[in-house]
Design a protein around this ligand. Structure first.
Ligand SMILES: [Fe+2]
Length: 463
């Protein structure tokens, strides 16, 4: 199949997913409704945005990272989008590294096997944004006001390897609590960087084989690592190929003291988990809430040609669960919160690592392409939920929870998300978390399209 046809049949290069080429800045954006005065801060969302038309097979996960940001202050909003200027992007198409449909390669001085795009999520640490990558790469520091790339962050040369997407910052201590994994080695690592940017802890964890975790849990005192049964075959490891399968083995979560120490493993019925909702400590138990994958029941669609399998894998279907791990007895218990399907969970990040009552999830449209047609607000104590539907034909991003300035209650604030329709019109929606099913209190018209993407975060004005 020629190059032209390949890009034509890749659903993740068209419509909602088509990359935008321009970097835009716009102030004082038009608003439908009213931006609350107590909404002060910024919402940032990362995602793949290939800088050049792909030349071969292209996975949605391969696109160069682009961050879209909207800042709210005094009832007004401004927007910007900027590429994350990674080492590979700066090479202008001359990077020796490729995407995950290609065999992995080595590049001098690089600790990654594929083109490191920093496209997956974005977190706030030490007054900066850090753009992170799901295959565990070099964090890229980005200015929170301008979205200009500051540069690759190695914490004064002290970072031994890489940092994976879904590493977290602790809102109480300001620390960056991170994990790292190697594609073809039976190891994971975890560590801590202080609020000021000093590496204070680093530990290697041995595994039965190489693993492909996507997220981790963080509590006040522990990190929860994921040993999941989606793995590379022996042959894939030998030939360094991205060929994964589901192995017949249990799921294990490893609880590691944040200050360093032995890992305690807990075995559970086999499952894959992309995203953790939140984790906390409850007496002797370490508790992790997360979205557990269930089969999507869809048949790969032949209209996508060689991308049928990719499209099928991207049709995420999951249900919220709790895993309780007793550090005294070593016993683990799994509890289902609800049977509704949702993913991309977020909480009020001021409570990350502490018990949360509420979480906010994305509901997928009932089609094979990954489209977010509604949001769910969960009460994790009762399993009850409320739903917020986007208008028909309008699709959201992973939202972030924005606290009302001076808020005391966990859900006193708004969900902020970007939306895009099939005509390419984008908005930012501000949804009252306590009047969740109601229409947004404000819809901000954006000056350009925001393609569907991955993860978002809120930075409170004081940050
Ligand atoms: Fe993710």
């Amino acid at each position: 199949m020629c190059e032209m046809n390949l890009n034509d049949v890749n659903p993740y290069l068209h419509g909602l997913y088509a990359p935008v080429r321009e970097e835009v800045s716009a102030d004082d954006l038009p608003v439908i409704g009213e931006i609350p005065r107590e909404l002060h801060g910024a919402y940032f969302r990362n995602g793949p945005n290939p800088a050049e038309p792909p030349k071969g097979m292209h996975h949605w996960f391969d696109g160069d990272g682009m961050i879209h940001g909207i800042w709210f202050e005094n009832g007004r909003a401004r927007y910007r989008n900027r590429y994350v200027q990674t080492e590979d992007l700066k090479l202008n198409g001359a990077s020796p590294l490729g995407g995950i449909f290609e065999p992995s390669r080595e590049a001098a001085g690089r600790k990654v096997n594929y083109r490191d795009t920093a496209n997956t999520d974005v977190i706030v640490h030490n007054g900066k944004l850090l753009a992170l990558w799901y295959i565990s790469g070099q964090p890229v520091a980005v200015d929170m006001e301008t979205l200009e790339t500051i540069g690759a962050e190695n914490f004064g040369g002290k970072l031994p390897r890489n940092i994976s997407a879904h590493s977290k910052t602790d809102p109480q201590t300001g620390e960056l609590v991170f994990f790292d994994y190697a594609l073809y080695e039976p190891k994971m690592w975890t560590g801590t960087v202080s609020r000021e940017g000093a590496l204070t802890q680093f530990q290697e964890i041995g595994l039965p084989g190489p693993r492909l975790p996507h997220d981790m849990g963080m509590t006040e005192n522990y990190v929860i690592l994921h040993d999941l049964p989606v793995i590379f075959s022996e042959q894939a490891i030998r030939n360094r190929l991205w060929q994964i399968h589901v192995a017949d083995q249990p799921t294990r979560f490893g609880v590691v003291p944040r200050k360093g120490g032995d890992v305690k493993w807990f075995e559970f019925p086999t499952c894959y988990v992309y995203h953790v909702i939140n984790s906390w400590e409850d007496g002797d138990e370490v508790v992790m809430a997360a979205c557990k994958m269930v089969p999507n029941g869809l048949k790969p669609d032949p209209k996508y040609g060689p991308y049928a399998a990719m499209a099928d894998v991207l049709a995420l279907r999951a249900q919220p669960f709790l895993w309780r791990m007793n550090m005294k007895t070593g016993e683990g218990r799994e509890e289902q919160i609800d049977d509704a399907l949702s993913e991309f969970p977020v909480v009020n990040n001021a409570y990350a690592g502490r018990k949360t009552r509420y979480s906010y999830h994305v509901i997928f449209d009932d089609c094979i392409e990954q489209r977010f047609s509604a949001l769910l607000k969960y009460d994790l104590q009762t399993g009850q939920s409320e739903r917020h539907d986007f208008p028909k034909g309008v699709y959201g991003s992973e939202p972030a929870f924005a606290s009302r300035t001076g808020a005391i209650e966990e859900d006193d604030g708004w969900l902020v998300t970007f939306t895009t329709d099939m005509d390419g019109k984008s908005e930012a929606h501000v949804i009252d978390a306590r009047n969740f099913s109601a229409p947004p209190v404000a819809r901000v018209t954006l000056p350009c399209r925001v393609p569907a993407g991955f993860h978002g975060i809120w930075a409170q004005g004081a940050q």
